[in-house]
Design a protein around this ligand. Structure first.
Ligand SMILES: Nc1nc2c(ncn2[C@@H]2O[C@H](COP(=O)(O)OP(=O)(O)O)[C@@H](O)[C@H]2O)c(=O)[nH]1
Ligand SMILES: [Mg+2]
Length: 457
């Protein structure tokens, strides 16, 4: 039988590197990748150049004859390439205009501009990598902390794919046993009785849920952490200390901060948007003016959307009724007490039961390391998880939905109901595993996943 012909694929191209670096790369993938580069780079070897080797030459605009740059060109022939297709690269001087000129030449020679993530999508569609590893490519690039890198690396290495394939093969075995019992009810002396099948399915459900439970939102996502407290407690001073630069105005005058200030920083391995707000005039803190009132209002609204809150207490004043009310109002949000001005005030006292407190001095820097270190556990990403497999929100959703199907299957089997019905549920669970690795994923979901990639990857 003749193999069916697939239509020739377009050759895609994009700038693969961030703009403005010393060296920039224009990457091409597809059947015309090599001929396009051969037509632009001079001299080009008469015989086919070896694959995966750099070749020095100059890029000339075929229309004008103008030399654009000296480059190192490279061809990586299929199937030993990132996409599984012929890939070619031009390594040139990385200036923004230079890269644009090279890309324009490549496009004028017959390539099409790649969509975000299209190289990786082709690698996935060629079966070179599964969907978990394709997604991890974007996460390796997006990672802002070592913690996020470690999580991305572990998925990128195939650890999640392996885990899911393991679950899949056990599920297939359970299904085969059920269906074997269906097809040959009398000829299956060694088929498991239903109660035992139910136990096996329950065990699988537990494993689905255990894997789902490795999800930690703030390993991948930025957390918004807001400083609140009475005026003059030292919020802006702490904000500056944690940012490592003087961003907020600090003054003995109460009510200095009015606008909401933000800074993106790494704190204890968590990627945080730190927010400084206007302080509250708690019990006897004096009158706030009109503009300050508006600042306080703004701060309160901002507090409402915080992922975690640091309530800063002035150690020279202590934890009063005002702080108590503020602390109460924050119930339900991860919260931490920061006992500031420890250099000038006493030890923590009168705190609500069970409240976590860190003693600091924004003035001397005392306690700041402890404050940073307290962030991961406040955000639910304790550091001891590092390097372990951690699933994403998408994976978790698929695992939890799959586990629900398994729970229904187990209930059906234990109730002695027809095993055909249980088999339908097991197939449903299989489908959800396939959504993780990409065998049974909707096209729109794939579009959404790859749209999050940057251009050129
Ligand atoms: N002794 C001492 N003074 C501090 C400390 N933190 C802030 N201050 C002072 O307290 C005043 C108010 O600080 P600020 O950061 O503006 O407080 P905010 O109103 O909460 O933002 C300023 O005079 C700061 O220098 C601290 O840890 N120790
Ligand atoms: Mg302030």
């Amino acid at each position: 039988m003749k193999p069916s012909r697939t239509p020739a694929r377009e050759t895609i191209a994009a700038i693969a590197t961030g703009l403005g670096g010393g060296i920039g790369i224009v990457r091409l993938s597809g059947p015309r990748a090599e001929p396009i580069v051969a037509g632009l780079v001079t001299p080009w070897p008469k015989s086919r150049p070896p694959t995966h080797k750099l070749h020095f030459g100059r890029v000339r605009d075929p229309a004008s004859g103008e030399i654009i740059d000296e480059v190192l060109a490279c061809v990586m022939r299929a199937p030993r390439s990132y996409t599984g297709e012929d890939v070619a690269e031009l390594h040139a001087h990385g200036g923004a205009r230079m890269m644009q000129r090279l890309l324009e030449l490549v496009l004028a020679s017959g390539a099409r501009l790649a969509e975000p993530g299209e190289f990786t999508r082709r690698a996935f569609e060629a079966g070179r990598i599964d969907l978990t590893r394709a997604e991890a490519v974007a996460e390796l690039i997006a990672a802002r902390t070592d913690r996020a890198l470690a999580a991305a690396r572990s998925v990128h290495s195939g650890a999640l794919e392996k885990e899911v394939r393991g679950l899949r093969s056990e599920l297939v075995r359970a299904l085969a046993e059920l269906e074997g019992a269906l097809d040959f009810p009398d000829e299956q002396p060694d088929a498991r009785p239903e109660a035992e099948s139910a136990r096996a399915v329950c065990a699988l459900e537990t494993r689905f849920l255990a894997l789902a439970a490795t999800y930690r939102k703030f390993v991948r996502d930025r957390a918004e952490v807001t400083l609140v407290g009475r005026v003059n407690a030292g919020k802006s001073s702490l904000f500056n200390a944690l940012c490592g630069e003087e961003r907020a105005l600090v003054d003995v005058d109460p009510g200095t901060t009015r606008d909401v200030l933000e800074a993106e920083v790494e704190l204890g391995g968590a990627w945080v948007r730190l927010v400084d707000t206007a302080g509250e005039r708690l019990d006897g803190g004096g009158e706030a003016g009109r503009v300050e009132e508006r600042g306080v209002d703004l701060g309160r609204r901002r507090r409402g959307r915080a992922d975690a809150v640091l309530l800063v207490v002035d150690a020279t004043i202590g934890f009063g009724e005002g702080e108590q009310a503020l602390w109460q109002s924050l119930q339900g949000t991860p919260r931490l007490l920061v006992w500031n001005k420890r250099d000038a005030g006493g030890a923590p006292a009168g705190l609500p039961e069970g409240a976590c407190v860190v003693e600091t001095s924004a003035l001397t820097g005392e306690g700041l390391a402890e404050l940073r270190a307290a962030l991961p556990s406040l955000l639910g990403i304790e550091a001891d998880h590092e390097g372990a497999l951690e699933v994403s929100a998408r994976h978790r959703e698929a695992l939890v939905t799959g586990a629900q199907a398994l729970a229904r299957a187990a209930a059906i089997l234990s109730a002695g109901e027809p095993s055909e019905v249980a088999a339908v549920e097991l197939r449903d669970a299989l489908h959800h595993l396939g959504r993780i690795t990409g065998e049974t994923v909707d096209a729109e979901v794939l579009d959404a996943i790859f749209a999050r990639f940057c251009l050129g990857k």
